[in-house]
Design a protein around this ligand. Structure first.
Ligand SMILES: [Mg+2]
Length: 387
């Protein structure tokens, strides 16, 4: 068996929303397909992947470097020990040949996108859902129930508190028990008013998380911490620059509640530095590393090893991104849950058709691979690329 082609297309996923740092008016995403010569159930096995929202499409890097390294690798040299399936770890090593360490840039997004497609193909060839394959390989029991929270509360032109409350009410109506809103894109008094409006709307039905998207310097982060600590928030997210570990550590002196960060750390080395120097507290804080931005699941497994070395449970991880890849990792490897964007970044985000949020949890369907075939709008654009 072998990989016969790797395809990429860069697609727009633009919308008028903005957070404290960027707007999404020109946002794009890479969709990739890893085409094999294997057949299952009368159909050629094709693995699919896409990059997580918030970083742009990676067509240049994929076409200039990573696609060729996959196609030029010795086909026997990238199989697992049985010789009957792909080995994502060997394919990862092939993609990363002649890449210097550190300075991760966005090649981690290109590799993460291809890695998603490789795992999708691998689980399809094995004939089982990826979360079951991962649990088996780790010798654990999969748990198909996964906690999810609704991320939204973006700024957009003309959006007032009434619209923000209606948005949050909509998430509660759809079964979510934790909702998230953006902060830091308005003056602090305005953000306080927005937060109080949402807290009044959700009452005791749900909890609220807030996300500053790395906007604040230390002084502003502390000013917000003093304001936010009066409220029973689910978490205070990505306060300062993602690589400013000293800032993160200083904040824990001003904010006793849970904090969350990590979506813009793209390697296990950066994750290790966060745990070494960021003052994160394993009894209450949350880690949001997103494999689809950070060299994929092969690298994420290394990150989970780092967590273990530092005494962190995988259940403290709730990845950024809202994609089915992280749902599989959560169900298979015992993460604490996954982000979801009920109204955004379609058709890539969300759940297979028919999956409902109940009491803040979804149940994974038993679909081979990552489960893209169960989401009709998504699998249509995927098959347009390669089948
Ligand atoms: Mg965030």
């Amino acid at each position: 068996m072998r990989i016969v082609d790797v395809c990429e297309v860069t697609k727009p996923i633009s919308s008028p929303i903005r957070n404290a740092y960027i707007d999404f008016s020109k946002m794009t995403a890479s969709l990739v397909a890893v085409v094999t010569d294997v057949e299952r159930d009368g159909r050629r096995v094709v693995g699919y992947g896409f990059n997580s929202n918030g970083r742009y499409g990676q067509g240049g890097l994929i076409r200039e470097r990573f696609r060729d390294r996959i196609l030029q690798a010795d086909p026997q040299g990238v199989l697992d020990e049985t010789g009957d399936n792909l080995c994502p770890h060997k394919l990862w090593a092939a993609m990363m040949a002649n890449e210097k360490p550190g300075g991760h840039g966005e090649r981690s997004v290109a590799v993460g996108t291809l890695d998603m497609a490789i795992w999708d193909a691998t689980a399809k060839i094995a004939g089982k859902p990826l979360f079951r394959l991962l649990a088996e390989r780790k010798g654990r029991t999969a748990d198909p129930r996964v906690f999810v929270y609704a991320a939204g509360g973006y700024y957009y032109p003309g959006k007032d508190d009434g619209a923000l409350r209606a948005e949050m009410r909509g998430y509660l109506d759809r079964g979510y028990t934790v909702v998230k809103m953006k902060i830091g894109g308005a003056p602090i008094d305005e953000d306080r008013r927005r937060i109080e409006a949402v807290l009044e709307e959700i009452g005791s039905q749900a909890q609220l998380a807030v996300d500053a998207n790395g906007r604040f310097d230390l002084e502003t982060g502390i000013a917000y911490a003093r304001m936010l600590r009066q409220y029973p928030l689910f978490w205070y997210e990505e306060v300062g620059d993602p690589l400013d570990y000293a800032l993160q550590a200083a904040l824990s002196e001003f904010y006793p509640g849970p904090m969350a960060t990590g979506e813009n750390l793209f390697s296990h080395q950066d994750a290790r530095n966060l745990l070494r120097y960021g003052g994160m507290r394993p009894d209450r804080d949350w880690l949001q590393f997103d494999c689809a931005l950070s060299y994929g699941l092969v690298e994420y497994l290394r990150t989970l090893d780092v967590l273990q070395q530092f005494g962190w449970s995988p259940s403290r991880c709730i990845p950024h991104g809202g994609h089915q890849m992280s749902l599989n990792i959560a169900a298979g490897l015992g993460l604490g849950g996954n982000e979801s964007y009920p109204d955004l970044f379609q058709p890539y985000g969300g759940f297979p058709d028919g999956v409902r949020v109940e009491g803040g949890y979804i149940t994974m369907p038993e679909l081979p691979g990552i489960g893209f075939e169960g989401k009709s709008d998504l699998i249509k654009v995927m098959r347009d690329l390669a089948e």
